[in-house]
Design a binder for this molecule. Structure first.
Ligand code: PDD
Length: 295
């Protein structure tokens, strides 16, 4: 059998590059056991980091959240955040990709399929880098369409777990219904999108669901709030009833890959003017400035 070889060639790999348990590999050689607990149980956590002009954006915040997720699932990793960050930077450099997405996943390792934690088994650590998925300009200029779906996820959505089945199902159902994102609703309150946080603007108030176990503490969400605060917006982090969505003047979503995207229609009802609004434009312009300043 071929042994995985380290890529020492300076040729940029068109499709990206992988770091797997200490080795830099191309995708074809980065192989994981069928006994990996990520594969068998979804027993792992992950992060997605945007790379702009060859620099990882908000890497510290992603590493801090990764550590929180690891602690929440009681998964010990000997590498420090600084060491993981250094590997991420080396992967970016070796890939030579400038506009990219870095994916980082840590699982509870490879062991015979038993529910109990395996003893003395090292975690499986993977980072991949690929050219970023391009968000069509049209999405930003014309806005996206969303549909609401019941939030069928577990009670710890603050943990960035690789168990994404409810998210996947809601996204697929939204797509089949002609929508771009699913907005999840739990007990009559909106939580977040399948892979994004949600903001709503009405009556001079920028509202977003408050941080607790029902949502992910989005890195982009945090930055949007910081920007909005600096710009003097009135911000409220609170429960948001699903009926409030359609009455909003503006709705937008935020995530590492989507950045900010305006939502112009929800469940066949037009939001505000049916066009990306001034609050979205203002905050997105400043978000882009922050990105440029850091890259
Ligand atoms: N998703 N909420 C959920 C459920 C998410 O999966 C994500 C990100 C976010 C936004 O978080 P951030 O701003 O830190 O990217 C909110 C990533 C991008 C993904 O699964 O691809």
């Amino acid at each position: 059998m071929d042994q995985p070889v380290e890529l020492s060639t300076p040729t940029p790999p068109a499709e990206g590059l992988v770091w797997l348990n200490g080795e830099f590999l191309d995708f074809a050689r980065a192989l994981i056991s069928v006994d990996d607990r990520g594969f068998l149980f979804g027993d792992g956590v992950y992060e997605v980091v945007r790379v702009y002009d060859g620099h990882p954006f908000a890497l510290d915040a992603h590493m801090a959240r990764l550590r929180q997720s690891l602690n929440a699932i009681e998964l010990e990793v000997s590498l420090t955040n600084e060491e993981l960050a250094a590997i991420a930077c080396e992967l970016i450099d070796r890939s030579r990709l400038k506009e990219a997405e870095l994916y980082l996943q840590i699982t509870r390792g490879v062991a015979r399929r038993l529910h109990l934690f395996p003893v003395g088994v090292p975690p499986t650590m993977v980072m991949t880098i690929r050219p970023v998925r391009v968000v069509p300009n049209e999405f930003r200029e014309k806005g996206i369409v969303a549909r609401t779906f019941p939030d069928e996820r577990w009670e710890r959505c603050d943990v960035k777990s690789i168990n994404l089945l409810p998210n996947v199902l809601a996204k697929e159902r939204a797509h089949r219904a002609g929508a771009d994102e699913a907005i999840l609703v739990r007990d009559g309150l909106i939580t977040e999108g399948t892979s994004s946080n949600l903001f709503l603007f009405r009556d001079d108030e920028l509202a977003t669901p408050r941080i607790d176990h029902r949502i992910l503490t989005g890195v982009t969400r945090g930055l949007v709030l910081r920007i909005a605060r600096q710009k003097g917006y009135r911000i409220v982090e609170r429960d948001i009833r699903v009926e409030e969505l359609q009455a909003a003047t503006e709705v937008f979503v935020s995530s590492t890959v989507m950045e900010l995207l305006p939502v112009i229609e929800i469940d066949d009802v037009r939001i505000g003017s049916g066009q990306p609004g001034p609050v979205f434009r203002d905050l997105y312009a400043t978000y882009r400035e922050a990105v440029r300043a850091k890259s």
